[in-house]
Design a binder for this molecule. Structure first.
Ligand code: NAD
Ligand code: 89Y
Length: 341
């Protein structure tokens, strides 16, 4: 499959290198409106790659079988609509959109044309997270009753991603969508959301801390925490902590990649490390490995004509939780995740 990458900034290097590890796919075209970023990406993608400054030109070129969109959030839906108009399947980075209605329309447009759309929610594809999901989905801890996902750090994320400091709606649309996707992967859909937010670091525009209390459709209770202002000992960035309790046991994923399973009186601990390739760099290895894993998932689903785990349709549920969380933080009341249209 010929891949067209749109957006060659901070995170795109991981996608470009990731595709080189995926059998059956090869980046044949790259696009960025910024010529310097485009040229810098050629060094990774290879000098025989086709270069485009305009996504419509790439989409109309007939040179790509699908596109991989890694541009800023506010540009995602326009690019998905362009892919739909050109009849090209698409992967889009998180968040699918900053606007729920726009996201619903873009997903509907792809679906109406029968075109696959996947949101690049790579966190649930991290190797130790997959182990935890196997334990829960395999029924090893019984019926899940409670889960907590916590992403707390004071790592200087602004060095690589300076635009984050200017976002009015900040952490929930940045790492918040990841942690909500994680808890949805464990407990399923959400029916009620309470939320408290805070803006702690001086000089930033939006909230850099959010805590959500969730009731899931299956009756379980979820707690989601994310903070970029947490000077915790041994800063675990970019790893997170997950606890899942069930009627017959519990499973915990610690930031050191240890997965501990308790069943009855017995406990068992495994450490699930990713394969570290020469281009990977600390502390990003688990994240970089998960990019390859989700790219493989996309390709497998595309060839089997199966919906991806994190399809556009699925991800609308995450965006609805995020919208409900902002409403709840404003109203001080629990809110329901609902469609915009
Ligand atoms: P960035 O600003 O560094 O790069 C974005 C690039 O897109 C820039 O080079 C810009 O010139 C280009 N661009 C913008 N609009 C364009 C358009 N219409 N056509 C072509 N090129 C265009 O941003 P980034 O940090 O790489 O983030 C990109 C996306 O990746 C965001 O959605 C972000 O949330 C996501 N991200 C995901 C992870 C993860 O772990 N999944 C981590 C970091 C960032
Ligand atoms: O932007 C964030 C993301 O999506 O994953 C990690 C990150 O780059 C910083 O927390």
């Amino acid at each position: 499959m010929r891949v067209g990458v749109i957006g060659c900034g901070f995170f795109a290097g991981n996608h470009l290198r990731g595709w080189q590890e995926v059998e059956g796919a090869r980046v044949t075209a790259i696009c960025d409106s910024d010529p310097e970023r485009l040229e810098a990406a050629v060094d990774i993608a290879g000098h025989d790659v086709q270069r485009f400054r305009d996504a419509d030109d790439m989409l109309g070129s007939g040179l790509v079988d699908f596109v991989d969109i890694i541009t800023p959030p506010h540009t995602h839906c326009a690019l998905i609509r362009a892919a739909a108009a050109a009849g090209v399947p698409a992967i889009v980075q998180k968040p699918l959109s900053l606007d729920l209605k726009e996201a619903e329309e873009a997903v509907a447009m792809m679906e109406a044309r029968g075109l696959p759309l996947m949101v690049h929610e790579n966190f649930r594809f991290q190797a130790p997270m997959r182990r935890l999901l196997d334990v829960v989905r395999g029924g090893e801890i019984g019926r899940p009753t409670y889960a907590r996902v916590a992403f707390r750090t004071a790592w200087d994320i602004y060095a690589g991603q300076p635009y984050l400091a200017d976002l009015e709606r900040f952490i929930l649309f940045d790492v918040g969508v990841h942690v909500v996707d994680l808890i949805r992967s464990v407990l399923g859909d959400v029916v009620r959301v309470s939320c408290e937010t805070d803006s702690i670091r001086p000089g930033i525009t939006g909230e850099d801390s959010a805590t959500l209390l969730l009731r899931h459709e299956n009756g379980a209770i979820g707690v989601v925490e994310c903070s970029y202002a947490s000077p915790v000992p041994g800063d675990p960035f970019p790893q997170f902590h997950v606890t899942v309790e069930g009627t017959d046991g519990a499973v915990v994923l610690a930031p050191d990649l240890g997965v501990t399973i308790r069943k009855g009186a017995g406990e068992h601990r495994e450490v699930i490390k990713p394969e570290v390739l020469p281009w990977m760099e600390p502390p990003w290895e688990v994240v970089q490995d998960s990019v390859i894993a989700i790219q493989r998932h996309w390709l497998d689903c595309l060839s089997a004509r199966r919906e991806t785990e994190t399809s556009g349709r699925d991800n609308l549920q995450t965006l609805r939780v995020i919208e409900a969380a902002y409403r709840a933080a404003g109203s001080g009341r629990a809110e329901r995740p609902v469609a915009a249209t």
